[in-house]
Design a protein. Structure first.
Length: 209
């Protein structure tokens, strides 16, 4: 079976360059259009289940996808974003120089870096990988809606587990990766797929969204 690992649509805080983590902000009109385009790409992928982080921005995207695919939707807290602790809710350009340096290290995925009251990248990645592995019992393909940083961490870990390459695996809002569940475990088939975001076509039934 395959797992389609999706990043939610753009939010207000994404636009403001504000760190979200376990906090939330409204999805923008652009975010809705991104998931609209994604739905078309997922139409013929034999997806029988949509699983999402319970944070609002993921639930919004997952609800739209599940409705389009006519698939059941489940929420799983294991797929929430990495906890950025005291950095959450702060805009990057509002940080002091010292705070900005620390935030850059945190967001770079540098191993062992724990923001105050937050998670290390290893803890967040382990949490998501464990939950993804549990989906292998499902017979059909699964769409998982999660968040940018943890998706980036998972893909980076599965491909080469080299922190120096972390930045290259960033996902745009509404982009997705494809994981194959095999007897040997999870493997990345494709990552960061986003060509659907640049198409002007809109699936029937979504014109008013």
């Amino acid at each position: 079976m395959k797992i389609y690992l999706v990043r939610h649509g753009e939010t207000v805080w994404n636009v403001e360059n504000r760190i979200q983590g376990h906090l939330d902000s409204p999805v923008t009109g652009q975010g809705t259009r991104q998931i609209t385009a994604l739905c078309r790409d997922l139409t013929d992928k034999s997806i029988g289940l949509v699983v999402a982080s319970p944070l609002g921005r993921s639930v919004t995207a997952a609800g739209q996808i599940a409705s389009w695919l006519d698939s059941p939707l489940q929420l799983d807290p294991a797929f929430v974003e990495r906890h950025f602790g005291d950095l959450e809710g702060k805009r990057i350009d509002e940080l002091t120089e010292k705070e900005r340096t620390h935030a850059a290290m945190v967001l770079s995925g540098t191993p062992g870096i724990r923001p105050q009251n937050g998670e290390t990248p290893e803890e967040a990645t382990r949490r998501v990988l464990t939950a993804l592995s549990c989906l292998s019992v499902f017979e059909g393909n699964v769409c998982v809606v999660s968040h940018g940083h943890v998706i980036q961490s998972v893909i980076s870990t599965l491909i080469d587990n080299n922190p120096e390459n972390f930045d290259r695996y960033a996902h745009l809002n509404g982009a997705y990766s494809i994981l194959a569940c095999t007897e040997k475990g999870l493997a990345v088939e494709k990552w960061g797929m986003s060509t659907h975001l640049f198409s002007r076509r809109t699936p029937p039934g979504f014109d008013s969204l």
